[in-house]
Design a binder for this molecule. Structure first.
Ligand code: PMV
Length: 345
């Protein structure tokens, strides 16, 4: 192999039922199943080039509205560790050049790491000429450390399954992957992301996944989740927006209650976040049906039927603290942008 290159585009995803708490950090195995939709407008594009002339991995990241920069520290380390996984699968020790850019704010609760690691996995696998099916790609993306990346691989509405509790960790590792529940065309929902802060969060979700079990409410959350997962699955199949919204909001509040009561606690919300929560609840009482959910950051995802999305976005932009909105319909999964190039001298 002289030089092998591929480019992939991956969507961020928003979880209706959240992955929170890591059972096994080495394999990135969750305590609970989760369900999400892919976001068609929040994308990461990544080109991976394996090149025999390189003497180390070179990783260039372009964050939202920023100049490209060479990744250092933990950000670089996470990518290098994942490249090592890919190299081990392909039986090569060739270093790679990775060029990755996001068209949305990073590390602010819009699943930038999910999109980033899904794109890195897809592009890296293609560049190395590995033939992996969707399940294997999803498993591999999950092992990146950003578990939710496994949900950005399949298309549309996606569930990350919780394997049988009788399995050991090695069996879990093979069985914990994500699969589509429904394609994007199945149901016209929109996630209007209301951005109240474009800065990176102070505590990454990786650290807080480890702290989740320190909350006295974590066990309660886990006990509630099977019913909520069933409700969300059914709601998607039946296109029952009220059922989806109620389960989704309850799950977001439960996840944040765990964050706020972990040791040490994390408070991701700011004043703008609270303004949106109150507004969405009040719009609902006036007949505009929309529901909020929030990842590990202050920005709020307001989910509505697409027919209502312009009104929702307009009203959100009038709220104090809202800088801008990004409307996302349900998106496709991770895909290659161009075929793998042949060996280049
Ligand atoms: O996959 P991670 O480690 O980036 O964590 C994702 C955590 C949440 O976004 C809050 C929930 C989720 O399921 O996406």
């Amino acid at each position: 192999m002289k030089q092998k290159r591929a480019t992939a585009i991956a969507p961020a995803n928003i979880a209706f039922i959240k992955y929170w708490g890591v059972r096994d950090t080495t394999r990135t195995l969750p305590y609970n199943g989760s369900i999400s939709m892919n976001l068609d407008a929040c994308l990461t594009t990544t080109t991976v080039t394996f090149d025999e002339n390189l003497t180390r991995d070179e990783i260039t990241l372009t964050f939202y509205q920023q100049a490209p920069h060479l990744a250092t520290g933990v950000a670089r380390e996470r990518v290098v560790v994942h490249l090592e996984r890919l190299r081990a699968l392909a039986g090569t020790d060739c270093y790679a050049k990775v060029i990755s850019s996001n068209n949305f704010p990073s590390d602010a609760g819009i699943a930038s790491s999910a999109a980033g690691f899904a794109a890195l996995t897809r592009a890296g696998v293609a560049a190395l000429g590995l033939e992996l099916d969707e399940r294997q790609l999803s498993l591999l993306a999950r092992r990146s450390g950003s578990g939710s990346a496994c949900r950005s691989i399949p298309s549309g509405y996606v569930e990350w399954y919780l394997p049988s509790t009788e399995f050991d960790l090695v069996q879990w590792d093979q069985a914990s992957y994500a699969k589509s529940i429904a394609q994007p065309e199945h149901w016209d929902l929109t996630d209007v992301v209301a951005v109240v802060d474009t800065n990176a969060k102070k505590i990454g979700s990786a650290e807080n996944h480890r702290l989740a079990t320190s909350s006295p409410y974590f066990a309660t959350r886990l006990a509630e989740i099977p019913d909520r997962l069933a409700a969300v699955r059914e709601a998607i199949v039946q296109r029952d927006f009220t059922k989806l919204g109620q389960a989704m909001e309850a799950d977001a509040v439960s996840m944040h209650a765990v964050c706020m009561t972990s040791h040490p606690p994390s408070f991701y919300w700011n004043g703008g976040t609270m303004n949106i929560i109150h507004a969405v609840r009040s719009w609902r009482s006036e007949g505009l049906e929309a529901y909020f959910t929030i990842d590990a950051g202050p920005n709020v995802h307001v989910i509505c039927e697409t027919a209502d999305s312009e009104v929702v976005a307009q009203q959100l932009r009038q709220l104090p603290g809202v800088e801008f909105t990004i409307a996302n319909m349900v998106g496709k999964g991770t895909r290659l942008e161009e075929p793998t190039t042949p060996d280049v001298e």
